[in-house]
Structure formats: C-alpha cells, structure tokens
Design a protein around this ligand. Structure first.
Ligand code: TRP
Length: 331
C-alpha cells in the first residue's frame, strides 16, 4: 500500500511563480508516489482574512490555480477543509490533549507577540484564539487522515512536530495507537525563486510575478525586474543576475547555455535578457493561464470537483472520529 501524504494550502493570496515552483510542481510530482491528499485550508485563512468577498474569491482562485497547475482531482483527494466537519470535532478532541505551554512555543505566535512588544503594544494585541490554537487545527487536518508524510515548507515543520506531540499524548493516554504519528517532509532541492527586486519571491515583499496574469501585464512586470547599471557592451555574470536565475527555471539546458553565453560575450543589454525571460515564462504559463481562466469561468464545475473530493474524504474522516469517540468514551 502507498503511504499517505497530506498537505494544506492556505488561501491568503494570489498564486505566483514562487508558489508554482515551491509548492504546486513538487506536489504534483509527489502525487505519483503517494496516496496524496490536498486541501484548501479555508478556516486557517479566516484568522487573517475577515472580508467575506475577499476570502470567498481567494478560496476559488487558489483551488482553480492548483487544478490549473496540474493537480489531477481523479488521482488525488482534493477538498476544502470547511467541507469536512469532522476536522472540527477532532480539533475539540485534540484540544484536551494539547498543553497550553506547547502553543506558547509556536514560532508564528511568538513572532506576533514579539512584534507587539517591539511596537510597545499589549503583547496580545491583534492575536485571536484562532491564531493561538492554529497548530491544533492543523494537527486535526493531518491526524484525521492517518497521514504518514506531510510535505511542508521549513516554516511549518514545528507545526508538524506539534501534531506528533499531540498524537503521542493521546495515544499514550489510551495505551493504543489510535492516531498515526506523521513525519514532516521538507523538500531540500526546491529552487529559491527570486522576486522582481532580487529577494526571495514572496507576497510579503510585494515582489511577485502572479502566475495567471494576462500576457501584456506579465511582460510589463518582467521589464520591471531590478538590474544593475552595466551597459550593453559589458560582459555580464549570469549567475548573479536574477533574470538568469528565473530563466533557468523555465528554459531547457540548451537555452540556458545559449543565454549564459550571451551574458558573458557582452553586447547584450538587460532589455534583451528580460525579453528572453518573458518568452520562456510565457511559453510555460500560457496553457496554465488558459486552464485557470476556463475553470474560473465555470464555477459549477469547480464546485463539483471540490464536492467530489469532499465525498472521498468524508468517509475516511468519519472513520477516524468514530474510532476516537469509541476510545474516549463518547460513543
Ligand atoms: N499552515 C500551513 C501553511 O501556512 C497550511 C496548513 C494548514 C497545512 N493545515 C495543514 C499544511 C496541514 C500541512 C498540513 O502553509
């Protein structure tokens, strides 16, 4: 039997090229070797996003984006967290096995407290219980599906370790392996994708290239990539240029070599390098953009896909909760 992998996608922003290489592509790859489950972590976003229109459209856009990016809903289980009420029942059960002190140690929570202290505000300012207990909800997401492996970014490893702690505390109390203890899997080799300003591409730096923007806007954004002041004639170093770093992600080995040679020979201005980059990015994202627009234009189909995923997920979730209710004496 294949091992079970599960990961959550928090819909908090427009998908960009960094998400594509850092999360979507590796996830599509992983689905080949694991019994893979992916869900839109919409209740996690509620902690941050309180505008209903914004939250609702982000959920749809992010779901459509992952489908356009190659996630095949017939091969994986792809659902919305909010469609699985068992997540919230399991969260309540897990709360009773989660030490408050464990939550105090969560990096994300501690960072918010630290920010408040630096701003000389009350240390709890702006921190809601959803944020504070976020690791319990995340543990429920994971443990509900008997997940063996949880592919995450480095920033989420601690949360997976908390899910381990919580599962072990519960198993220990009932002297029984009621919950599968999961492992985090951090992809070491995923490329760091540079943003328009050369720093890591990230929504919080406001330096992203959104995945599905129209061609003319894509071109404009690429033309805005920050470069140094070297003139056209000067030979240039490809490895220290973020245009070339981005180009490598999209181009074949031959294309990479050809552009690197143009850099080193001199006689190539930054405009020309940017144009070469635009060509390869656009070549790869055009079919994605078309799929994305087609999905967004057919809301009923998107709903059906997500419902079909929830229908596959719910019986699994119901089994886990029934097993636990029986074990804890609430049956
Ligand atoms: N916390 C994760 C993030 O911010 C999203 C997430 C929610 C998740 N539940 C999960 C990831 C369960 C893996 C497993 O990216």
């Amino acid at each position: 039997m294949k091992k079970i992998s599960l990961t959550g996608i928090k819909p908090t922003g427009q998908l960009h090229i960094g998400n594509y290489f850092g999360a979507i592509k590796p996830a599509v790859e992983l689905a080949k070797t694991y019994d893979a489950r992916y869900f839109i972590a919409d209740y996690h976003s509620l902690n941050l996003i309180k505008d209903p229109k914004q939250l609702s459209s982000l959920i749809r856009e992010v779901a459509a984006g992952w489908l356009a990016g190659g996630l095949n809903p017939d091969e994986v289980i792809f659902y919305r967290q909010s469609a699985i009420p068992e997540v919230f029942e399991l969260t309540t059960i897990l709360m009773a096995f989660t030490a408050k002190g464990l939550m105090n140690r969560a990096h994300a929570y501690k960072a918010s407290v630290q920010e408040n202290i630096e701003k000389q505000s009350d240390s709890d300012a702006g921190i809601n219980m959803g944020l504070y207990t976020y690791p319990v909800l995340m543990a429920a997401d994971i443990l509900l599906f008997d997940s063996n492996v949880v592919p995450v970014g480095r920033d989420q490893v601690q949360h997976v370790e908390m899910a381990q702690d919580i599962a072990q505390a519960l198993n220990f109390n009932y002297k029984k392996d009621l919950l599968v203890v999961p492992e985090a899997s951090v992809q070491e080799q995923v490329a760091v994708v540079p943003g328009l300003d050369g720093r890591k591409m990230s929504k919080s730096y406001n330096n992203t290239i959104p995945l599905f923007i129209p061609e003319n806007q894509l071109k404009k954004l690429i033309m805005r990539i920050v470069t140094n002041s070297q003139g056209v004639d000067e030979p240039k170093d490809p490895e220290s240029s973020q245009i070339y770093q981005l180009f490598k992600l999209f181009a074949s080995a031959d294309e990479q070599k050809a552009l690197a040679d143009r850099y080193r020979a001199g006689g190539m201005g930054w405009g020309e390098a940017k144009d070469a980059l635009f060509q390869v990015v656009n070549r790869e994202v055009t079919p994605l953009r078309e799929r994305f627009n087609a999905i967004m234009d057919d809301p009923k189909k998107l709903d059906d896909i997500l419902k079909q995923g929830a229908d596959k997920a719910r019986p699994i979730a119901a089994r886990t909760v029934a097993r636990l209710r029986k074990a804890i004496g609430i049956d």
